[in-house]
Design a protein around this ligand. Structure first.
Ligand code: MSP
Length: 647
């Protein structure tokens, strides 16, 4: 049965230059939207830009242009990137557009009339240089935490939203709706935040300090606080306050995709605002981790911001989309490195998928002139391949529900690898030589069938390349594109295969003498060190500092531990890593009891890809010294909080 699916991304600060973090959320939303559309679900995908606030005002002043002109010029950066990345949003909202401003204004008036908004005096510490208010606890040695200058205590009248009165309701709502905030450790984080008394939310800024915002309808001396304005985009973008029929057909949202740094605004401010407006809650708020660059948060000052346009120029749109989604396990942080990108591109796309297609196309054209033959009797090898493909179909569908797209992609790539193993085992080239035509036809059919299903599964991730692949198989002419069309696909037999041109040409790293290998077809990538230097390092088995820092070690506190049923050696641990709670499975049960290990501050590898051990997810690995039958955990020498970097 077809369903409704409404997905949103955060609206990005219009002032910013789009980077890989913005691209990730938007591509993730796009893949979800494309998938739902292909399942014939009624789908709406909203993205846009956040255009009010101090930074925009300051940037416009600096350039000597009006703030709206500044926004009109900079918004194009996002719009062009989304076009380049094949993003299929149904609407692009800008918070400066008339409809949005009118809706925000109406909501404020209504909440004010119902006494959900009130005026009060507010005392804070104001830094004239930074033009910002800080609370007492923000200050560092009594001075501005940002610039270190003196701050003045200023009392100012402002308007407040009665957020505090919804605290108990919100705690109960989160506790009784397990899909409301995902991953679940983010729900725990929000509940942790809600243990402290929740204050009311200051939703105004005096115009004397900030003029670039939506004016309060009941007091012309103030503008609306930028987050209160921005969050409302999720409803104004689908007709709230302007087109009730449209609004009722889309709200509540199925999923707000956000990054972990904007969890509180979405999991506390937004639900309480909706509650005060008498609107239902979104089904899910999904917070993904951060993209790090060289293991640090991307920042302009570190000069490590990854520009999506550069990556697209180098490897193509679909390869970039694939990398983003395959590399990040959405609850955790992921690290971007050019080496990692090239390694994954070459192994998954150029080798595994590209080779499978080129082999199947060449062999079929050689055997039949292009027509995909009908299969004969099936044997165990054929079934093994069919099982790998079916399991990928099931896994992908489950993973789309749980937003674990990297695992769905991994299952599809496992099916690709099963396809390559199948060809090696069945050796159709020998079958052709030996005149075993019936078996040859069966093998070619099954390999083409597998490829067709895999292409459909990966089409939302790599729309252009998978359309090319389906065209090589001749499946496009049979109306095969989206997942729903797989049900229509009885057999690929009879389709006419074309010769495949390489879908993903290998990216070749520049050689020592500076010339790229021939036929790369791609921009060469400069080596970080010469081949000679690499050989010397290999011989003495040393690693460079960069390689060492790829492994991220952190302190972690063991909160709870239990034995894994049916596994003598394993303990399942719940560990605290800073503000995160993770689960880890470790082979230490013969050396530590659950009681002994609980409470210890240990050392973990925090950026290891999550793995399943005995069917239980393990998010990381602990460090221990093992000498024969003796094992001791690596711990730190003295008191240290969890989540601290080691290096
Ligand atoms: N304008 C607000 C959102 C308002 S939504 C009602 C905002 N904008 S932002 O441009 O700063 O950030 C938008 C998103 O980008 C956030 O989800 C943030 O988490 C994400 N990212 C910013 N840097 C990131 C990475 N390095 N990695 C992944 N995402 C990160 O906040």
């Amino acid at each position: 049965m077809s369903e409704k699916f409404y997905v949103t991304t955060p609206i990005y600060y219009v002032n910013d230059r789009p980077h890989i973090g913005h691209a990730y959320t938007t591509v993730l939303a796009d893949v979800l939207a494309r998938t739902h559309r292909s399942l014939s679900d009624r789908t709406f995908f909203l993205t846009g830009t956040d255009e009010h606030g101090q930074k925009v005002q300051q940037a416009a002043e600096k350039r000597g242009v009006a703030p709206l002109d500044h926004c009109d010029e900079t918004v194009v950066r996002f719009q062009e990137l989304w076009q380049r990345l094949g993003i299929t949003n149904d609407y692009f909202i800008r918070t400066t557009e008339a409809n949005h401003k009118a809706v925000v204004s109406r909501i404020m008036q209504e909440l004010y009339d119902r006494d959900e908004i009130y005026k009060a005096d507010y005392t804070g510490w104001y830094c004239v240089g930074c033009e910002r208010f800080f609370t007492e606890k923000d200050l560092v040695d009594g001075k501005c935490p940002d610039c270190g200058r003196e701050v003045n205590a200023i009392t100012e009248s402002n308007y407040f939203f009665r957020m505090s009165k919804y605290q108990d309701w919100l705690i109960d709502y989160i506790q009784t709706h397990p899909d409301f905030i995902l991953p679940s450790f983010r729900a725990n984080e929000t509940l942790g935040f809600l243990k402290k008394p929740l204050g009311d939310l200051c939703i105004s800024r005096p115009k004397s300090r900030l003029a670039w915002g939506i004016e309060l309808p009941f007091d012309k001396d103030y503008v609306c606080y930028v987050w209160f304005d921005a969050l409302i985009n999720y409803i104004s973008g689908v007709g709230y306050g302007s087109d009730e029929e449209k609004f009722n057909s889309w709200w509540p949202a199925s999923c707000h995709l956000i990054g972990k740094d904007i969890l509180t605004t979405h999991s506390v401010y937004w639900p309480t605002m909706l509650k005060a407006m008498g609107l239902p809650m979104p089904k899910t708020i999904f917070a993904h981790g951060w993209w790090l660059s060289g293991n640090s948060k991307m920042s302009k000052s570190l000069g490590n911001v990854v520009n999506p346009m550069d990556m697209i120029d180098r490897a193509g749109v679909d390869a970039f989309r694939y990398f983003l989604l395959a590399e990040m396990s959405p609850g955790n942080d992921a690290n971007f490195s050019e080496d990692g990108f090239i390694a994954r591109y070459n192994s998954d796309l150029a080798n595994d998928l590209g080779n499978l297609l080129s082999r199947v196309s060449k062999l079929t054209i050689r055997a039949t002139g292009g027509e995909i033959p009908a299969p004969g009797e099936l044997n165990a090898d054929d079934e093994e391949l069919a099982n790998a493909v079916n399991s990928a179909v099931v896994t992908m569908s489950e993973c789309l529900q749980s937003y674990k797209l990297d695992q769905g992609i991994n299952a599809a790539m496992n099916a690709v690898r099963a396809g390559n193993r199948y060809l090696e085992k069945c050796a159709p080239w020998s079958l052709a030589k030996n005149g075993e035509t019936a078996r040859l036809h069966t093998v070619l059919h099954n390999a083409a069938d597998a490829l067709c299903r895999i292409a459909v599964l990966l089409a939302p991730v790599m729309p252009e390349k998978m359309a090319e692949l389906l065209a090589v198989l001749g499946a496009d002419k049979a109306g095969i594109s989206g997942i729903a069309s797989l049900e229509k696909l009885k057999s690929v037999a009879g389709l006419t295969m074309k010769e495949a041109t390489p879908l993903f040409p290998r990216i070749v790293v520049e050689e020592e003498n500076g010339t790229p290998e021939k036929n790369s077809g791609k921009k060469a990538v400069k080596p970080e060190k010469t081949a000679k230097a690499e050989k010397v390092e290999e011989a003495v088995n040393v690693v460079s500092i960069d390689e060492f820092f790829k492994t991220k070690l952190k302190t972690a506190k063991v909160l709870a531990a239990e034995k894994v049923e049916g596994a003598d050696k394993l303990l399942k641990l719940q560990i605290e890593v800073g503000s995160e709670t993770r689960q880890l499975v470790a082979g230490v049960a013969q050396f530590y009891t659950p009681q002994e290990i609980t409470g210890k501050t240990i050392v973990i590898v925090s950026n290891l890809k999550p793995a399943k051990i005995r069917g239980i997810e393990s998010q990381g690995m602990l460090l221990a010294a093992k000498n024969g039958s003796n094992l001791k955990l690596v711990t730190v020498d003295g008191e240290m909080p969890s989540g601290v970097d080691i290096g």
